[in-house]
Design a protein around this ligand. Structure first.
Ligand SMILES: NC(=O)C1=CN([C@@H]2O[C@H](COP(=O)(O)OP(=O)(O)OC[C@H]3O[C@@H](n4cnc5c(N)ncnc54)[C@H](OP(=O)(O)O)[C@@H]3O)[C@@H](O)[C@H]2O)[C@H](O)CC1
Ligand SMILES: [K+]
Length: 501
């Protein structure tokens, strides 16, 4: 089920596997896998294909040298830019170097004009893998920038050089990484390829396990999101049901001048199948939502908060009254999702945090990185430098399921399990999409989904709806949050048709 491994876990697997195999086999397999991935990107007749191979000083460079030898034997015109190790290379890297030197690959000196001025069909990035220790600097930085200026495909071996394998952050303030179009990653998939800058820099990711025996892989605590994680909750509707069978959602928010946010969340909840949906306003309730008259608009103070699944936060404001409503919502016994201003109020109140952490029924929190930073007492930079760590920390300290939004949304449970989402695209970087997500998750909770699965499915469907709209040309530029709602409804129904019973 799409496990993700930290670099420490990958090294442990590699050591255990290498001990049971003849010397150098893993690097040879990595080089073969790299060459196969490269050949997939080259024309059938390789003889005219100019391929630039960047071979760094460590074992990632060893993989690149193996790849270079294979591609040269396959007839490609291979040029290698080689960065020799400062100390004695590993035996397998030395063997890889001999193989590349005895092939037809040409070793060239670093010349940025040559890199920029040649019509490469492919660049293979084997500068650094999981052993990157510091930012790319000097000539390496210039080389990465020159490669990033090329139009051709770029295949990263293991991961794009300059990217942190565990976090997906580019290493260093104002750091640089190779912008790959494809990545062939070895032994196991890595979180850094799927969150933060990872999705932009890794391109299409393929995993080669190097034929390592399954016994060497310990169960992972981190996975890519997968429909299999939540598909058993996708239920076909029974004929003999009524609106009461599908639960009630109450969205609490809408301070003066911010009534749009709860309406978006409430519309999303209704269109995601909740039986009854209330839009509860901190003050001045709208008489109705003329665009969605099925919604019931009320003053929050007049509502029994125990009577519905609560989504609190969209347009809530930071007023004292809003804080009292949050306190009441936390004290209610039912399922609760807190978003937006509710998260900011939580961040400024240790008492509310304690009350949330002590709830019998756990909760879902859906912060974006700034909201998460406020809750953690840190900065956006800190959060983005380790999104998975930040989500896990929040989940543990607040005893909540945390959805840390952004590229590669992270969903973390209080027990440390975490998932990185794979759907979604930059179209979601627009006002109101967070409100839609909160309403969608609230609707799934109201229909009886457990918190973890509701968060996984909500994030997955939200991203899938945006992906479908972008495929159809409705975005990424200019997609509006409201347009997501009918697309979510279609995606949810299609999934129920496919998986439900
Ligand atoms: N060992 C095997 O059989 C296999 C390895 N695989 C591949 O190996 C890499 C991991 O290899 P490792 O050597 O540990 O690490 P790297 O190649 O990523 O880089 C380490 C060397 O790079 C130097 N370094 C690190 N950062 C920088 C930097 N910013 N600028 C310059 N040099 C840097 C580091 O030198 P130090 O000075 O820090 O000591 C090392 O020399 C893994 O990713 C796989 O690709 C195969 O997958 C399987 C077989
Ligand atoms: K690399």
């Amino acid at each position: 089920m799409n496990p993700l491994y930290s670099s420490a876990e990958i090294r442990a697997i590699e050591h255990a596997a290498a001990a049971a195999l003849p010397d150098g086999v893993l690097m040879q397999r990595a080089g073969q896998a790299g060459a196969n991935a490269a050949l997939d990107l080259l024309p059938f007749s390789t003889s005219k294909a100019k391929v630039l191979i960047l071979a760094g000083p460590g074992n990632n460079g060893g993989d690149a040298l193996e790849t270079a030898a294979h591609l040269a034997y396959a007839g490609a015109q291979v040029t290698v830019l080689h960065f020799p190790p400062q100390s004695a290379p590993s035996a397998e890297r030395a063997a890889a170097m001999r193989r590349a030197q005895t092939s037809d690959a040409r070793f060239a000196d670093l010349d940025l004009a040559m890199v920029a001025g040649t019509e490469w069909m492919l660049v293979v990035d084997g500068l650094f893998g999981i052993g990157l220790q510091r930012p790319l600097a000097g000539a390496l930085r210039e080389l990465a920038e020159a490669v990033n200026g090329l139009k051709c495909s770029v295949l990263a071996l293991d991961l794009p050089s300059g990217l942190d394998a565990d976090t997906g952050a580019i290493v260093g303030l104002d750091g640089v990484a190779i912008h790959a179009t494809h990545t062939i990653t070895f032994i196991g998939n890595k979180p850094g390829l799927h969150t933060c800058d990872g999705r932009d820099y890794a391109g299409l990711v393929d995993v080669s396990r190097l034929d390592i025996d399954a016994s060497h892989f310990a169960p992972a605590r981190l996975h890519l999101n997968d429909v299999k994680f939540f598909s058993r909750h996708l239920r076909a509707r029974r004929h003999n049901t009524h609106k009461g069978s599908y639960g009630s959602v109450a969205v609490i928010g809408g301070a003066r001048g911010m009534s749009g946010a709860p309406l978006l969340a409430a519309r999303a909840a209704l269109n995601s199948g909740a039986g009854r949906v209330y839009a509860l306003f901190v003050e001045d309730p709208l008489p109705c939502d003329s665009g969605q008259p099925e919604l019931m608009c009320r003053l929050a103070d007049d509502f029994d908060l125990g009577a519905a699944t609560l989504v609190i936060g969209p347009g809530l404001s930071a007023s004292r009254h809003a804080s009292e409503l949050l306190e009441r919502a936390i004290a209610s016994g039912g399922a609760l999702l807190a978003d937006a201003d509710a998260l900011n109020l939580l961040a400024s109140s240790p008492a509310l945090q304690t009350a949330l952490a002590q709830r019998q029924a756990s909760s879902i929190l859906t912060p974006h990185p700034l909201e998460a930073a406020r809750l953690l007492g840190s900065t956006i930079t800190d959060v983005q430098a380790d999104r998975i760590g930040a989500a896990r920390k929040l989940a543990a300290s607040l005893n909540a399921h945390v959805v840390l939004k952004g590229s590669g949304t992270v969903i973390a449970a209080p027990n440390g399990d975490a998932v990185v989402n794979t759907t979604g695209n930059p179209a979601l970087a627009t006002a109101g999409t967070g409100d839609v997500l909160s309403g969608l998750c609230g609707a799934l909770l109201a229909q009886g989904w457990p918190l973890w699965e509701a968060a996984l499915a909500g994030v997955w469907l939200h991203g899938m709806a945006a992906d479908v709209l972008v495929t159809e040309g409705t975005g990424p530029i200019g997609l509006t949050a409201g347009e997501l709602i009918p697309a979510i409804r279609v995606a949810l129904n299609r999934m129920v048709q496919h998986h439900g019973r």
